[in-house]
Write a protein that binds this ligand. Structure first.
Ligand SMILES: C[S@@+](CC[C@H](N)C(=O)[O-])C[C@H]1O[C@@H](n2cnc3c(N)ncnc32)[C@H](O)[C@@H]1O
Ligand code: SF4
Length: 398
């Protein structure tokens, strides 16, 4: 699992230098449990969740309640919450009643904005018609299913537990419950062919979801798949192949009515994920749960990773934050560029950026020339594949 960044110590009481969130904020809730760990996954999640008080499946929500109470003190009850995203791990390892109770606590503490978007991630095998109905009745508006692939062989390479036929079923149940639906796909699994990737895209499109995310498989060193690569049993995904797969996704999703609004995300107009847009636009959010990161008023802080360490801190009346970082003006500018350039809406040309840099982007076909001439940097398809080098070039002038 990835380790946490370094940073300066965070105060025991969780206090922040600038807790003003009068424009509202977003809430992320991390549920760190899964029934099986997929070989590629580097997220902060555990498969044997019997860690002790406040850190097991039944009483983990008590720890979240303690962190929500702490955040109320720190934020002085300001609100409302504009979006909530339950991620993991597998949030739907908890009962719907538990998830609804956590949402209810956030709502009672800070209020929810009108039409707040409330999402949970879910593995296809972890929901039923009843659990989805209960989520919708309890205020959830959206579910994001980890479909990953429609090909049994690829699902098995990825250690996924569901069969392809489960996905149409759960999408139907979610719709019947009145939830918006997003599907996550992964491309570039070891041995996956172009034909198999096309089949997964076709299968996802056939379900007419509101939103589709497509991620290039990344292989992290500490994972089971990382070990297989190290031992030479499988090879790392080839970057050119990954780029071709991305272009295939764009070529199939965009004519089907899914416009790209962030490099890895496509949506029907009006169905973009407001929570993720809030991250990329640099808004404030509080991340609840073990290992969750927060960003409030120019301070970044992150919680201890292990569920028991998290629960114990809160039981002792202390903040679960492991460390924090106060962003300098330059760091904030860097972050605005790195996140904003990923969006289809683009970013204003930074004041410090030289004309020759922009001319270079145009001649390399990385940004849309008309937008650049009128002061906005918007990536072309080629630019979306090379977003990191655009970011680095813009950082050099800051
Ligand atoms: C935090 S995961 C949790 C969602 C849920 N547990 C699931 O797996 O269906 C969110 C998404 O991240 C993507 N993901 C996770 N690890 C990845 C990796 N190493 N490379 C690419 N995508 C990854 C998957 O598409 C997954 O659906
Ligand atoms: S189910 Fe999701 S969070 Fe859990 S191990 Fe697999 S990819 Fe990671």
């Amino acid at each position: 699992m990835a380790s946490l960044p370094d940073g300066e110590p965070a105060p025991q009481d969780g206090s922040l230098p600038n807790p003003d969130i009068s424009a509202g904020f977003s809430a992320y809730v991390h549920i760190p449990f899964c029934s099986v760990r997929c070989g590629y996954c580097d997220f902060n999640t555990y498969t044997n969740p019997n860690f002790g008080p406040g850190a097991g499946l039944t009483d983990f929500p008590d720890s979240l309640a303690r962190e929500i109470a702490l955040s109320r003190r720190v934020l002085e009850g300001n609100g409302p919450i504009k979006t909530v995203f339950f991620g993991g791990g597998t949030p739907t390892m908890l009962d719907s009643a538990q998830l609804v109770a956590v949402l209810g606590d956030l709502k009672a503490t800070f209020g929810l904005a009108a039409n707040a978007e409330i999402t949970t991630e879910a593995n296809p095998e972890s929901v039923t018609p009843e659990s989805l109905r209960e989520l919708a009745a309890g205020g959830f508006t959206r579910v994001s299913f980890g479909m990953q692939s429609a090909v049994p062989r690829v699902l098995s390479i990825l250690d996924r537990q569901h069969r392809p036929s489960r996905v149409p079923q759960v999408v139907r149940w979610a719709r019947e419950a009145g939830l918006e639906v997003s599907l996550d796909l992964i491309y570039g699994a070891p041995g996956e062919t172009d034909v198999e990737w096309r089949a997964s895209l076709e299968a996802a499109l056939a379900l007419e979801p509101d939103h589709i995310s497509a991620y290039a498989l990344t292989v992290e060193p500490g994972t089971k798949m990382g070990g297989q690569v190290r031992r030479g049993e499988i090879s790392l995904p080839d970057p050119d192949m990954q780029a071709d797969r991305y272009e295939m996704a764009a070529a199939m999703l965009e004519p089907a009515g899914y416009h790209w609004y962030e490099i890895s995300n496509w949506a029907r107009p009006g169905h973009e994920c407001a929570h993720n847009l809030a991250y990329w636009r640099g808004s404030d959010w509080w991340g609840y749960g073990p290992g969750a990161h927060s960003h409030i008023g120019g301070t970044r802080f992150w919680n201890v990773k292990h569920p028991l360490a998290y629960a114990n801190r809160l039981l002792d009346g202390a903040s679960p934050a492991a460390a924090r970082e106060l962003l300098s003006a330059t760091e904030r500018a860097e972050e605005t560029i790195m996140l904003g350039i990923r969006l289809a809406e683009g970013i204003p040309v930074p004041a410090a950026t030289g004309r020759e840099v922009i001319a270079g982007f145009i001649s390399d076909e990385l940004v849309d020339p008309a937008s650049a001439f009128s002061g906005t940097l918007r990536l072309t398809l080629r630019g979306r594949l090379l977003a990191d080098s655009v970011t680095r070039a813009l950082w050099q002038d800051l």
